[in-house]
Design a protein around this ligand. Sequence first.
Ligand SMILES: *Cc1c(COP(=O)(O)O)cnc(C)c1O
Length: 289
Amino acid sequence: MGTILVNDQFLDRVNGTVDIEDRGYQFGDGVYEVVRVYGGKMFTAEEHLTRLFESAEKIFLKLPFTLEELTARLEKLMDDNQLDTGIIYLQVTRGASSRQHHFPQEQNAVLTAYTKEVARPVKDMSAGVKAITTPDVRWLRCDIKSLNLLGNLLAKQEAVSKGGFEAILHRDETVTEGSSSNIFIISNNTMYTHPATNLILNGITRREILKHCANIGLQVAERPFTLDELKNADEAFMASTTAEVMPLTSINDELIANGAPGNWTRKLQEAFETGVEKECGALTETITL
Ligand SMILES: *Cc1c(COP(=O)(O)O)cnc(C)c1O
């Protein structure tokens, strides 16, 4: 069953309700985050919650709590549910109003959150996964982690229906990001990834990876790359809170290099695990090579 968070209330899951005119429900008028939990500890919580406040500000939604208050509530939610390894999903909507597109005079933001046990995808991280490419048909504010995900969902569904793990989105020839991840290639010992503009969501995992590159001696260029560069890359991987550093071994059923996860990708996976262990303690399950 489990306990869920509704604003500042901790409720039994069956007692949580949503107003039929909640703007999140009717319009997707809200923002969200997914925070990873390893061994009962939140990973990069401050980065995620800061980004939630930034997303909210970009849609002119004022959050009726501080970052510290939110952190305390999520800690309690995690403890109440005895979460070990999993995620916290949290969202904030502009609350209920009689159905109208413009914002109500008085905004009553609604915060909801719950936890879920989710294992690390160690098998996929060891072997690598397949991706497909599809046009990026989303709006021009992809820097906001908005509840409006139809563009992302249609792309992911296309990937899954073709036996893929992720859909890589592109505007004309330029690769932007994945349907719920950031995309990276490595060619001639340099890692490329789309810069953090309005065309991508600047992932927290992406930021972790950029920090690790300096330590492992991998050159970085935050510049857009093309579908052709992707196809001909030495290595490719995707990154997100739940997928971590996930090697991409084929794109549209064409192998990347020899079709095995690359050496730099392995080094980044190792660095990422070390970073997690520094913050959250020893991992119970690690990537096996
Ligand atoms: C959440 C998300 C990501 C990855 O961000 P993380 O903070 O690393 O989980 C990338 N792209 C999109 C579209 C996302 O929604």
